[in-house]
Unconditional design. Structure first.
Length: 181
């Protein structure tokens, strides 16, 4: 079983994922959007870098925009979500995925000894699980057929699905039937 550690990018600069409690909420929101992320770790300060929660776009909108607060005077500390689920780096990919499904999460913080290691997304986990399943299918195909050709999932999908194209700009390609009562 693969662990979550295998999905973490070792070249990632964790500073991209971290914001301090004392920062303005608007600064954190700008950091989220500029790094194309949906969540940031919140640390108590840069010296200890202890993770105390997570800041998300949802937290910002619920606590700042919906309440009519001036975002320039609201700090991250005012709206940080301190009740965050997380996994350790030795957690299996499958267990992490199940936890994310159960909690309806799109990201999962990976924390070790109160220090951030990274964030894994549902997309990255699903890609990993698909890759693992495709490897297994390939191994079983080789075993069953005795053929050493690799299984190509894309070719198999194309053979099974006959994709047809339709030009929706032409009216004659579709019609709408309305039943009158």
């Amino acid at each position: 079983m693969n662990s979550i550690k295998s999905l973490l990018n070792e070249n990632t600069d964790l500073n991209d994922y971290i914001v301090e409690e004392g920062n303005e909420a608007f600064f954190a929101l700008k950091k989220l959007t500029s790094n194309k992320m949906t969540a940031l770790f919140v640390c108590d300060n840069k010296i200890s870098n202890n993770i105390v929660g997570v800041f998300t776009e949802k937290d910002y909108y619920e606590n700042v925009v919906n309440r009519g607060n001036l975002s320039l005077v609201v700090t991250v500390k005012d709206i940080v979500n301190r009740k965050i689920p997380f996994v350790n780096s030795d957690c299996s990919v499958e267990d992490c995925f199940q936890l994310m499904k159960d909690l309806n999460l799109h990201y999962m913080p990976v924390i070790e000894n109160n220090k951030a290691l990274g964030i894994v997304t549902k997309e990255k986990i699903i890609d990993s699980l698909i890759e693992k399943k495709e490897f297994l299918i390939n191994q079983l195909t080789v075993y069953i057929t005795g053929n050493n050709q690799e299984y190509d999932s894309q070719s198999a999908k194309k053979e099974k699905l006959k994709v047809s194209e339709m030009d929706f700009s032409k009216k004659e390609n579709f019609s709408l039937k309305v039943n009158s009562a």
